[in-house]
Design a protein around this ligand. Structure first.
Ligand code: GLP
Length: 241
């Protein structure tokens, strides 16, 4: 595990974007595992700027997103499909047929999860997986539990996650209660994993996840075992280490 300490959110975003950009330059037809949440927004801004400046080309890149709310149409502004288009896909030259997310409107959970696992397998697995972290240690939507979930699965979001995501919706009732998420095995099989974290409110969970025991009660802790894991975090997020 490698820790890159940055002064603030902006530097975190630039450094993490530089790692993703290096991946795309070295392997133009790479598979990027992408993430949502507030934290990666600054990364996507940098990637869009570098693309516009002619330094990045997404024409051969394939993306697979970590997760999607179940039951939210993709046209909804808070679907992860919309988030990704608004923040990245609409502004770069990635081909629409190379973009993959779980289909939140397929209510047949078993069929949708099996389909998504096949998609990831058919593109040859993930070269670089970007992650944020939830306050309870969740990655994607792998919530704390008594076992690590393996492949793509349907999850019931915890109250803490619903509370945290309420800021994106008009009120708490509008926050979806379920999601489809890539499982821990898929994340662990990514050839590189990059996590970005910013802010004092994440300091406690960073300490627990990366300097405590590996346990499904703190899903991110499993990344301690990944052979190529980089954590890019600002001083506030690392303040308890
Ligand atoms: C959501 C996403 C996660 C993300 C988390 C933290 O739950 N499913 O992938 O890491 O939010 O988001 P934020 O970066 O806004 O704190």
């Amino acid at each position: 595990m490698r820790i890159v300490r940055t002064k603030d959110y902006e530097e975190m975003s630039r450094k993490a974007a530089a790692i993703i950009s290096a991946q795309v330059v070295i392997k133009p037809d790479c598979v990027l595992g992408l993430a949502t949440g507030g934290t990666p927004v600054g990364i996507y801004k940098n990637l869009v700027n570098w693309y516009k400046g002619g330094d990045l080309d997404f024409s051969e890149v394939t993306s697979v997103n970590l997760d999607e709310y179940r039951g939210l149409p993709r046209e909804h502004k808070e679907s992860y499909w919309s988030f990704m288009h608004r923040n990245l896909f609409d502004h770069v030259n990635i081909k629409p047929e190379h973009i993959n997310l779980p289909d939140g409107m397929n209510m047949d959970a078993d069929a949708e999860c099996a389909r998504y696992d096949k998609v990831i397998e058919s593109v040859g697995g993930i070269d670089l997986q970007l992650l944020g972290i939830g306050h309870d240690g969740h990655i994607g939507f792998n919530e704390p539990s008594n076992a690590f979930d393996l492949g793509t699965h349907c999850v019931k979001l915890t109250d803490e996650t619903i509370d945290a995501n309420q800021r994106f919706f008009n009120n708490r009732d509008e926050v979806p209660r379920e999601a489809y998420t890539m499982g821990t095995r898929t994340i662990m099989q990514a050839r590189k994993v990059l996590m970005v974290v910013s802010g004092k409110d994440k300091a406690e969970i960073i300490k627990k996840a990366f300097f405590g025991p590996v346990t499904p009660e703190v899903p991110a802790s499993i990344l301690q075992m990944h052979p190529d894991f980089t954590l890019v975090a600002d001083e506030d997020a690392l303040s308890l280490l």
